[in-house]
Design a protein around this ligand. Structure first.
Ligand SMILES: *Cc1c(COP(=O)(O)O)cnc(C)c1O
Length: 379
């Protein structure tokens, strides 16, 4: 067969300011780029493996997992391939097919798919709607209580710590208390929080926490973090009777190369940025305030925002698009001219964005660019 030479390149991050919330927390620091180069070959972390990925000492995966557990205040930590794989492993190990679990109404689609793959039914706690789309934990508690009444036992309750639509942060400590008081194992989806803001798993009395290396931990991925309380190790990390060293739910080994190498190399950088979360949040709030000064742009979700992912309703941009020859594409194209990318093409009624990790000057440049673009078309 003849095949073209896939000479792939990507200048998006090098040449532009990228506002795509999905990508801002996954940018590699220099030390992780070096690890990516060193460990790019297949099975590269297996040089000194004696059958257990988590016990490899060169590179020092075993001590890395210990550091990660300390960082999250967790009893035990494993790597998986993503937040979704972590959720699926927990659901599959903790529940039986046909069981019902409770999840918040801002849950990510991968929460639903993980539950569907595990054969579970879902009860949803709706968000508040309005302009906040908030998860009310009193309502969560009521829903969980009536689910327990109806089904006798609920084996898992899930909360999305920060959701990917509004960037709403929900109180994990309160959630942990509700679940532990009711005796329901809890799982906190930290795809948008672990690696950005502090996680205190045992302090919050949460049973399972999942994170996403490529979303929020400056790793190439695909890689996820699954942290659990000691009491669940036997259930979730059950060993194969034929292959005594191998954990069934992990299919033996999970991340086997560059994904875990970059996650490891980035940990010091990630710890530092989590320590600086309050500063980061201030910069985001300033950015939001600047955009909201423009007539026809308003943030939705909890205000002031408690996360760098922010969603705006933008009727003014929609008005412009109706008269513009490029219709909805004008915004993307005008931003691109200013070397700003990451807003979905063709969309003008609302957008999500994040300026996570940008310096104040870059954020000002982005806010001013929106101002200038709107001024150009509105007289
Ligand atoms: C991005 C995201 C996920 C998926 O993370 P993966 O690591 O790619 O599986 C799950 N949940 C939320 C809330 C997300 O934002």
């Amino acid at each position: 067969m003849e095949c073209q030479n896939y000479n792939i390149t990507r200048g998006v991050e090098r040449e532009n300011l990228n506002l795509n919330p999905l990508q801002r927390g996954g940018i590699l620091p220099r030390e992780a780029r070096k690890a990516l180069y060193e460990f790019g070959d297949g099975y590269s972390v297996c040089d000194y493996c004696a059958g257990r990925l988590d016990e490899v000492v060169k590179p020092s995966i075993s001590s890395f997992l210990g550091d990660l557990a300390t960082f999250l205040n967790a009893d035990d930590v494993k790597t998986v391939h993503g937040a979704r794989e972590g959720k699926f492993a927990v659901m599959h190990a903790m529940c039986d097919e046909g069981d019902t679990i409770v999840v918040d109404g801002n849950a990510h689609y991968t929460t639903h798919l993980a539950a569907e793959r595990a054969g579970l039914e879902i009860i949803e706690v709706p968000n508040s709607g309005g302009s906040e789309f908030k998860i009310d934990l009193n309502k969560y508690k009521e829903t969980l209580e009536s689910a327990i009444d109806k089904y006798d036992e609920i084996k898992l309750a899930l909360l999305t710590h920060v959701d990917g639509n509004y960037g709403n942060l929900t109180n994990a400590q309160e959630f942990g208390k509700i679940c532990s008081d009711l005796g329901v194992p809890s799982i906190l989806n930290c795809a948008y929080s672990m690696g950005r803001l502090p996680i205190d798993m045992n302090g919050w009395k949460i049973d399972f926490v999942v994170g996403s290396g490529h979303k929020s931990m400056a790793a190439s991925g695909p890689i996820g973090v699954l942290a659990m309380k000691d009491e669940w190790i036997e259930t979730v990390l059950k060993r194969s009777p034929r292959h005594m060293k191998k954990e069934i739910e992990m299919l033996g080994c999970t991340s086997r190369g560059a994904p875990i190498a970059t996650l490891m190399a980035s940990l010091p950088h990630v710890i530092e940025r989590v320590n600086n979360w309050e500063k980061e949040l201030k910069l985001t709030q300033n950015f939001v305030a600047k955009l909201e000064k423009i007539d026809g742009i308003e943030q939705v979700g909890i205000k002031p925002t408690e996360h760098d992912l922010v969603r705006f309703e933008t009727p003014i941009l929609h008005e412009i698009s109706k008269k513009h020859p490029r219709k909805g594409f004008f915004l993307y194209e005008e931003l691109k001219k200013k070397k700003i990318v990451g807003i979905k093409r063709g969309q003008t009624e609302w957008f999500k964005c994040s300026t996570y990790g940008m310096n104040a000057k870059q954020r000002d440049y982005v806010a001013n660019s929106f101002k200038k673009i709107i001024k150009k078309f509105v007289n």
